[in-house]
Design a protein around this ligand. Structure first.
Ligand code: ZN
Length: 546
């Protein structure tokens, strides 16, 4: 599950969590019967097996499976090795299990990247990031509030100060990486010529001759500091990467509040000053990067169906096997984001399903398409790429079942507000099943009612869900391509996108039940006489607007 980033340059909004409950239809006349053989097949998925696989996938040695990283590549090799042994058909590029994707990344050169304020030297990553530029500057600082100029509103952050050859310091605003237009400024106000009628902070700083720009991040950005790192300076061949990438002739840094405190220490004016002012300190700002090209990969495999005709069709099941890598801790605390739940849980659930299939001779009518997606945390790169450049005939994919975080449950008596929306041991959130296909919705509900009887919570299955969970995992791009989806998710918790998302916190008994239920749902869809009809239009709120 990725953070919700608006695809707007410099915008990074975290929506508030909502507690809107949704009424759920209660009475069902089930058509689904789970046979003893199917039960037995599902019982091949066990808590112990899931734990074994997750021990490997979420180990510190995998380094948080960042995109790109060696740890993620090793995980891909581990998946492929098992798939090959179990007799799966490779469905990536050129007869392999891998669909390769080229990524280019601006990698910071640490010894040439510096931030000094007076006598204090800050640490790259831990204290600041580079947003843009490949240059260095030395000089005094000028504080220029939000850095904006809007003539029609009489707004000029540089009124009364000269920033030529200075290092400009501004505050970010409204959840963005760089400040958004000040409140009260309308689209009308920024209709004229940029640089004359109005100017954004970066362009205004350059235009007025600043040597460097420092942006002080808001507290909510500091809280997801590591996730921000992954959003910087990346491009993916063939798709829009949703990354913050800006070309600027001056170095631009995003800094934590503590850098701001060092800047304002001992000054007459402070961070809350209504006027811009010169800061009586000198410093150094230097940013140096080199562009590196790397390949990443989706892992794609097919388990063929038994029906001569229907096996041309596929039911897809997916998870993302990437996570967010290694952070920059203040002290020597844990820096590895293991991603045991997110989405190690989905990754190994798919693997356990694959192993269960390999243990039986009976097959479903349709084929099963397994896709482990890369780069989900960076902006669903893998699923976006796979659905744009599919290695299979996408029209033959009748449904996609997505698993992203199914390993956690809220312990009894837990009062931590960060776990308020975490599902209980017998509960799981189910999202999207009813958006496009009545049949898929029916099969999803009935399989559960006829089998595990988990408490399916449909609270987020709402086009107006303010958390926008529907946008935030890989199923989204399948749905955009007309494929009905179901998404299983355990809810946000205290360890979401933290180094503490570790194997010790996983509820394997729950994960076993959820994985078995999804597995049987997959088989039920694969055995339908007719593919699930798309009899509803995806609500406009859930459609990419061009
Ligand atoms: Zn995530």
């Amino acid at each position: 599950m990725k953070h919700y980033f608006l695809p707007l340059l410099a915008t990074l909004l975290i929506p508030p969590f909502s507690t809107v409950a949704k009424a759920e239809p209660t009475s069902y006349q089930s058509e689904i019967k789970i046979s003893a053989a199917e039960r037995k097949l599902a019982e091949n998925i066990t808590a112990e097996q899931l734990k074994d696989y997750l021990t490997f996938v979420s180990s510190d040695e995998m380094g948080g499976r960042d995109t790109p990283s060696i740890g993620q590549d090793i995980t891909a090799q581990f998946l492929a090795l098992n798939l090959k042994r179990w007799g799966f058909k490779p469905a990536g590029d050129k007869g392999t299990f891998f669909q390769k994707i080229m990524v280019s990344q601006e990698v910071v050169i640490p010894e040439k990247t510096t931030l000094k304020v007076g006598g204090t030297t800050f640490v790259y990553g831990r204290d600041y990031y580079r947003l843009a530029g490949n240059a260095s500057a030395e000089g005094t600082f000028v504080y220029a509030r939000d850095g904006w100029m809007v003539k029609s509103k009489g707004i000029d952050a540089y009124a009364g100060v000269d920033v030529k050859d200075k290092i400009v310091v501004i505050h970010a605003s409204q959840g963005a990486l760089i400040s958004l237009p000040p409140t009260g400024v309308t689209a009308e106000d920024t209709k004229g010529k940029e640089g004359v009628d109005w100017a954004s902070p970066v362009n205004y700083a350059i235009q007025r001759g600043a040597k460097a720009l420092i942006v002080i991040a808001e507290p909510n950005i500091e809280q997801l500091w590591k996730s921000v790192d992954g959003m910087l300076g990346r491009t993916v061949e063939g798709i829009e990467a949703q990354s913050f990438k800006l070309d600027a002739p001056i170095p631009i840094l995003l800094v934590k509040e503590k850098v701001g405190r060092a800047l304002f220490a001992g000054e007459t004016n402070g961070a809350n000053s209504a006027k811009s002012f010169g800061i009586n300190k000198t410093g150094v700002v230097a940013a140096a990067v080199e562009t590196k090209k790397t390949s990443i990969q989706n892992v794609v495999a097919i388990w063929e169906g038994r029906d001569r005709k229907l096996k041309e069709e596929m039911v897809a099941v997916g998870a993302h096997y990437d996570h967010i890598g290694i952070g920059y801790p203040e002290g020597n605390e844990d820096a590895i984001y293991n991603g045991a739940d997110d989405d190690g849980s989905g990754t190994v659930s798919l693997l356990a399903m694959a192993e269960a299939l390999a243990k039986t001779k009976t097959r479903a009518k349709r084929s099963l398409l397994f896709v482990w997606h890369t780069g989900e945390e960076k902006g669903q790169w893998g699923s976006k790429y796979f659905t744009k450049y599919p290695t299979v005939d996408l029209k033959k994919v009748v449904a996609q079942l997505n698993i992203d975080m199914i390993g956690r449950s809220k312990p009894n008596g837990d009062t931590n507000p960060a776990n308020a929306d975490l599902s209980k041991p017998n509960e799981i959130y189910v999202i999207g099943s009813n958006m496009m296909s009545s049949t898929l919705n029916r099969v999803t509900r009935e399989t559960n009612s006829a089998y595990t009887k988990l408490d399916y919570n449909f609270r987020y299955d709402d086009p107006k869900d303010p958390n926008k969970f529907y946008y935030r995992s890989d199923h989204f791009f399948y749905a955009q391509n007309g494929i009905p989806i179901v998404f299983w998710f355990d809810g946000v918790h205290e360890d979401y996108h933290q180094p503490s998302d570790e194997i010790g916190k996983i509820d394997f008994a729950k994960m076993e039940r959820v994985a078995r239920t999804i597995f049987l749902t997959l088989l039920e869809v694969a055995d339908l006489d007719q593919r699930p009809a798309v009899d509803k239009q995806l609500p406009p709120e859930l459609t990419i607007k061009n």
